[in-house]
Every structure is written in C-alpha cells, then in structure tokens.
Design a protein around this ligand. Structure first.
Ligand SMILES: *Cc1c(COP(=O)(O)O)cnc(C)c1O
Length: 324
C-alpha cells in the first residue's frame, strides 16, 4: 500500500463536511458545519496527515530518513508518524514522556506494530525537549536521525496545513465567515491562517494554559514558514479546562451530550474543548447572526481509547447546566 494510493481513495467533499443543526445555532442565526479531518485517513487521522505532509512527500520522492519525535503515551502525532514509517519502511523512534516500567497503551501497541521504537523520558528530561543542549545531545546519541518537534509543528507543518483549505474547493464553506480550530502546539492554526481567504476569520482554541505565549507561538510559526501574518485571527479563552488533557466532569458531560445531538464523535483532549469554547462564544454573542462557521474536526479519536471510561464516569457525575 502506498500513500498516493490511499490519497486517491480520499473521501469526497460531501462526506468531509457535516452540517450541524443544533437549536443553539439556530437561536443565534448561525449556520455551522464541521470539516471532518477525522475521516481523511484511518490511521494518519486528522490534522497530522497535513502536518506530516512535507515528510510524506520527501518519502514519496525516495528519501529514506530515520525519524524521531516526541509525545505522550497517547500521542496522535507519534501514532501518525509510526504509520507513515510503516508505509515507507523507514525507522521511527518515539521519545515518550513516562517511565520504562509502565504498561503500554493501545497507541503504543499500534505504533510498535508499525515498527516504531520507544525511549522513555522522565519529567525533567521531557521538559528539556526543545532546549538546544538537549537537542545537541540527541544528535550525538542518534547520529543521522532527523528530529521532528513535538506535535510535528515546524515550518513544514504550517505549509502542509495551509493545504487544508484545498479540501474545500468547490464548497460554499471555503468562504465561510469563520473557521474554528483547536490549538496545541499551533502548527495547524498557523497553516489555516496562512491559507485562509481574506474574508474568513480564524479562531483558535488553546487546549492548554498558554496565556500570551499562545499568539506568540502562532506568530513565530507563521514567520518560520515565511508567511506574512495576514491578521484576521484570534484565540478564544475558556478551552483549556485547567490544562492539557484535563477532563473535568463538565467537559465529559459536554462531549457526551454533543455527540448524542450532533452525531459526531469528539476526542476529549482537543475537539471537545474546541466545540465547548465555540458554544461559549456563541452564547456571548461573538458571532454575528447570518455568519457561517466552519468547525475543524482535527481527529484524535485513537487517543480517546485511553479516556473512554473516564469520560463516561465523569459525565455521569455531572448534573449542572450545559450549553449544548
Ligand atoms: C495534535 C492535535 C491538535 C493540535 O494541533 P497543533 O498543530 O499542535 O496545534 C488538535 N487536534 C488534534 C485531534 C490533535 O491530535
């Protein structure tokens, strides 16, 4: 199986755009749809397909680098990288936050099956993953290995994610007034900003507490990709729910309720937080009546396997009001 083959099997536009008709949206005069990047590819799911596109193209052109990268034990990025390594038969290595004694997650089992090796980094070491001296040590330990940053966010990722808009060509949603997307390391949002039509405003929802570092991160990714910041974008608050991968009962309940009403699966780390922050903005009147809003489903459903029971338990414990 080759990547170009699975690309040709890419789902058609209609199956990639799911119109969402919830009372909340009607009440505020909005038209809302979701772009289903979760349906792009069964393994390289969601935004990671676009983030790794630069690497995929080099592999397709015949390059055979060995690639190492970083992530958590449920990392969607490592999962996608491992599969790409399997497709093109290149060595891949995941530097994972955790300790060697811990049991392997389903993500790691998949990735191992696809040939990825793992090295565990303790908390302290993992914190140094972007430091120059740590990267220099890595180069010594793994001579010749190419290092992809955590989450795959580099210049290539921005240029790859810029292509997300091409999925929409021929659709009225290509010119929607707003596009909303989760933000982790920012490569996806920077790509969306880089490729957006002039009249579309892009809203990013940080899923961890970034504060002022959020916009700076996006701006510096744009710069590294050689893209002039076109403006017309902002970050929404209220999506971090206390930190990365935190799952308070309200978020769990929101996820379950939204899935039942909209019939779209979300992951608790990124897309549920994105939709929840979007609903809050809607209630606050951020979006003028008559607007079309495109929510970007960035995938991540493989990672949900690790939190399914927690989602159900916490959701059952919540009995407050929900904005869905
Ligand atoms: C990695 C990931 C993101 C975050 O993308 P960034 O480019 O790091 O901001 C969003 N959603 C899902 C499902 C992801 O796996």
């Amino acid at each position: 199986m080759t990547l170009s083959c699975s690309e040709r099997l890419q789902p058609d536009l209609q199956s990639l755009i799911t119109p969402l008709d919830l009372p909340l949206y009607r009440h505020h005069g909005l038209r809302v749809a979701m772009l289903r990047l979760d349906r792009i590819h069964p393994q390289i799911s969601g935004n990671k397909w676009f983030k790794l596109r630069g690497l995929a193209e080099r592999l397709r052109a015949g390059e055979r680098p060995a690639v190492l990268s970083f992530g958590g034990i449920w990392s969607n990025h490592l999962h996608a990288l491992a599969y790409l390594g399997y497709l093109f038969n290149i060595p891949t290595l995941g530097l994972v936050r955790g300790n060697a004694g811990q049991s392997e997650t389903a993500m790691m089992e998949d990735a191992r099956r696809w040939g990825m090796g793992f090295v565990f980094l303790g908390r302290e070491q993992y914190l140094r993953r972007q430091d120059d001296d740590f990267l220099a040590e890595l180069k010594e330990c793994y001579p010749g290995w190419e290092v992809v940053p955590e989450g795959g966010s580099d210049r290539q990722a921005v240029l790859g994610c810029r292509e997300i808009w091409q999925l929409l060509s021929g659709s009225e949603w290509a010119s929607s007034e707003y596009a909303v997307c989760a933000l982790g390391t920012g490569g996806t949002l920077a790509g969306l900003i880089a490729g957006k039509p002039e009249t579309t405003r892009v809203v990013g929802v940080p899923v961890l507490q970034l504060g002022a570092a959020g916009p700076e991160q996006v701006a510096s990714l744009l710069e590294s990709a050689g893209v002039d910041d076109p403006g017309g974008w902002s970050l929404a608050g209220g999506g971090d729910f206390g930190g990365y991968a935190r799952l308070p009962a309200e978020l769990a309940a929101f996820l379950i309720r939204f899935e039942a009403r909209a019939r779209v699966s979300l992951d608790p780390v990124y897309t549920a937080k994105m939709v929840s922050a979007f609903h809050r903005q809607v209630q606050e009147g951020f979006y003028p009546a008559g607007s079309r809003v495109l929510l970007i489903h960035t995938g991540g459903l493989q990672g949900r396997r690790g939190m399914q029971r927690k989602v159900e338990q916490r959701a059952a414990a919540f009995n407050g009001p929900l904005s869905v």
